[in-house]
Design a protein around this ligand. Structure first.
Ligand SMILES: Cc1cc2nc3c(=O)[nH]c(=O)nc-3n(C[C@H](O)[C@H](O)[C@H](O)COP(=O)(O)O)c2cc1C
Length: 205
């Protein structure tokens, strides 16, 4: 499964060793001498491909973040979500400045983060490709008018707590005003090296 336009890693891409076709960036003297298969590279070489692939080695869950805009409801698939603080309850995620949807998210006073279940790949794909088409999904508005999907594993209704510049992304911190949680143990939608999948506990493998 590929994600042609979102800049996220493709599963078929493999880092090639120096001296073979498609070698990555600028190879440098390793900062640590280790006898393993890792290929050192400099993220400052101007080629973000290897860095993107290295980031993509960190498997994550998948969320859809929603906001109310003057053009109607908007959403974006995001795996940059992280929990930050219990007291006060804070979460974060980071939209790319290059995204057409970026400014709507950084300007919003409130937003909702939906943690997707393994059966919600269609929702993830829809909001990775575009932001305004909510047709076919079960959704409503919360008290602040923020679009809210049914059937997720968890939901975090947030007021925007802070927005920080962070390179080519913005860092949006949310103060969780209300949360909702599904307690049936359903597995989450996962994302690893550009592929969707599901988590299998060791004792069920
Ligand atoms: C699994 C997955 C996770 C993503 N996570 C993020 C993210 O955290 N931040 C981001 O800016 N874009 C992320 N994207 C890309 C956006 O969903 C979307 O494709 C991108 O904003 C498209 O650009 P546009 O808004 O200009 O249409 C992700 C895409 C996928 C498939």
């Amino acid at each position: 499964m590929g994600f042609a336009n979102n800049g996220y890693p493709r599963s078929k891409m493999a880092i090639q060793r120096a001296g073979t076709a498609g070698q990555i960036g600028v190879h440098m003297a390793p900062l640590v001498a280790m006898n393993d298969d890792l290929i050192p590279f400099s993220p400052d070489s101007g080629d973000a491909t290897a860095l993107r692939r290295a980031f993509g080695r960190f498997g994550t869950g998948v969320t859809v973040v929603t906001v109310k805009t003057t053009q109607g409801p908007m959403g974006m698939t995001a795996n940059s979500f992280a929990s930050v603080s219990l007291d006060p309850p804070l979460v974060l995620w980071s939209p790319a400045i290059s995204s057409k949807r970026h400014d709507s998210f950084t300007a919003a006073a409130s937003f909702c983060i939906h943690v997707l279940g393994a059966d919600q790949e269609e929702l993830a794909q829809r909001f990775a490709t575009q932001g305004h088409d909510f047709a076919g999904f079960d959704w409503t508005e919360d008290a602040a008018g923020v679009p809210t999907f049914a059937g997720c594993l968890a939901r975090f209704h947030c007021n925007t707590y802070a927005v920080h510049a962070a390179g080519d992304h913005s860092l949006i911190l949310g103060h969780v005003r209300q949360a909702a949680l599904r307690e049936d143990g359903a597995s989450g939608l996962m994302f690893d090296q550009g592929r969707y999948g599901r988590f299998t506990p060791r004792d069920e493998a």
